[in-house]
Design a protein around this ligand. Structure first.
Ligand SMILES: Nc1nc2c(ncn2[C@@H]2O[C@H](COP(=O)(O)OP(=O)(O)OP(=O)(O)O)[C@@H](O)[C@H]2O)c(=O)[nH]1
Ligand SMILES: [Mg+2]
Length: 291
């Protein structure tokens, strides 16, 4: 996407103290688990990743789940899967709303822990369930995945004194226990391009960035790359205006977003387009390219 100089000021919610605290809590919980499930957004598998995830989890086995795959372009998801594999990572596509991919995810987690579990067996120690936790930036779908897995879980296990003191685990099938509190990671702040993608996909609170600037850039992006989708969705007549402000007005007029005097309610149109994009009504998008 084109470079612009605007930065959605997303760092407001993440002071250095918050990051340090989040990291500390995650490290504490990491001691209890065999495997990490790193959730990223399939529409932006790199931009939605935490910048220092490797340092945080160190050598803990990890499976990357490309969540919201239902909103991403399937071809691109395939390419991203191949890319992650070529980097030596386990990866699965996931839709936490329907649960598509969840079974594969669970079996990958079990596979990743099998070396450790087998070594316990070899030492004559009773094999125990594999333990895992979910990590990811805000809004990536951590709670949705937990709820989805809970839906298929046999029990939500209570505290287990001595072993997992004070922690709540969700037992999934016979062999897997999932920590019921996910680790919330901070996104990448520095790169304005990343900030833009996080803003349009809803990873950053709408109050925290300049909606007008973000939507101007987004409309230009749609006009340049996906004009046929705009034409179809909003019943527009081609060619579309190149200027994003003009385009906004045209869509607003078609949608009847008019205030008294026939003036287009721009705020309302921006909101409609953004909501429809996020709900997948403009089609499926992958915003990160493989570099
Ligand atoms: N289409 C689609 N939407 C999803 C998926 N997973 C989650 N969502 C939606 O994404 C939004 C955020 O999901 P949550 O599960 O609350 O995300 P979270 O990571 O727990 O967010 P925080 O608790 O704020 O850190 C919700 O509106 C979900 O309905 C998915 O696989 N597909
Ligand atoms: Mg949550």
């Amino acid at each position: 996407m084109n470079e612009t100089n605007e930065t959605p000021q997303m760092n407001i919610n993440w002071f250095p103290g918050h990051m340090a605290k989040a990291q500390r809590m995650i490290r504490e919980n990491l001691k209890l688990v065999d495997v990490v499930i790193e959730l990223v957004d399939a529409r932006l598998p790199i931009s939605s990743a935490n910048p220092v995830i490797n340092d945080i989890i160190e050598n803990k086995p990890r499976v990357v789940a490309l969540n919201k795959a239902d909103l991403a372009e399937p071809d691109w998801t395939e390419r991203w899967i191949a890319e992650f594999r070529s980097r030596g990572l386990q990866v699965v596509a996931l839709d936490s709303m329907t649960g598509k991919g969840a079974k594969t995810l669970v079996s990958r987690v079990e596979q990743l822990a099998s070396t450790k579990i087998n070594s316990l067996i070899a030492k004559g120690i009773n094999p125990r369930a594999v333990r895992a936790m979910i990590l990811g930036i805000p809004n990536v779908g951590k709670s949705s995945l937990i709820n989805r897995l809970l839906g298929t879980a046999t029990v939500r296990t209570a505290d287990k004194p001595g072993v997992t003191r004070g922690k709540q685990w969700i037992k999934i099938g016979k062999n897997l226990e999932l920590l019921d509190t996910p680790g919330v990671l901070w996104p990448k702040f520095e790169d304005p391009e990343v900030g833009f993608k996080l803003a349009v996909t809803g990873a950053i609170n709408d109050e925290v960035y300049d909606m007008e600037k973000v939507m101007a850039k987004f409309l230009t992006f749609l006009q340049e790359n996906y004009s046929e989708r705009l034409i179809e969705r909003y019943k527009l007549t081609p060619p579309l205006p190149q200027d994003s402000a003009e385009l906004l007005k045209v869509i607003g007029a078609k949608r009847g977003c008019l205030r008294s005097g026939g003036i287009v309610d721009e705020e309302k149109v921006r909101r409609i387009i953004l909501n429809e994009f996020r709900a997948g009504k403009l089609g499926r998008f992958t915003l990160d390219d493989i570099k």
